[in-house]
Write a protein that binds this ligand. Structure first.
Ligand SMILES: [Zn+2]
Length: 145
């Protein structure tokens, strides 16, 4: 009989984890894109994973990061009317690396993922991330009020 490692309750049942958030490697949080059933505690909602569950969770997390990364890059290219090469210059990464994370051959670092989120959803983020952005002028303007 399995029991919850957190509260000791034996009231566990399989529940779909789609949409829930799990930590993974250097990611503090990844939202799951696909259906995956894991045992969950009724008392404290703790998820109890078996060895094979860990593997399944890993696969869904990789798929979720791939989906989000590819979507974010697509959004940035469309919104900022830029090329993948231009985006790689703004992000300070090689165009090969950008292409690898877009196609899902590699998972981006959490920092890279966060940068893509900001570039995709931040209003002026793409122009600010231009390496030629006149930063000192903008700081002076800011400090002058
Ligand atoms: Zn519990």
């Amino acid at each position: 009989m399995k029991k919850c490692g957190n509260c000791g309750s034996k009231e566990l049942s399989k529940r779909n984890q789609k949409g829930k958030i799990f930590p993974w490697r250097d990611y503090p949080a990844v939202q799951l894109i696909a259906d995956v059933m894991f045992m969950e505690c009724h008392q404290c909602n703790n998820v109890v994973l078996s060895v094979s569950d860990h593997q399944k969770l890993d696969e869904v997390i990789v798929k979720s990061i791939q989906y989000a990364t590819s979507s974010l890059i697509g959004m940035i290219l469309l919104k900022s009317k830029c090329t993948q090469v231009e985006l790689s210059i703004h992000a300070g990464v090689s165009k090969e690396y950008l292409s690898e994370i877009k196609s899902g051959r590699k998972q981006p670092s959490f920092q890279m993922f966060t940068l893509l989120k900001i570039l995709a959803f931040g209003k002026d983020a793409f122009s600010i991330s231009d390496p030629k952005y006149e930063l000192i002028d903008k700081i002076d303007e800011y400090e002058a009020g």
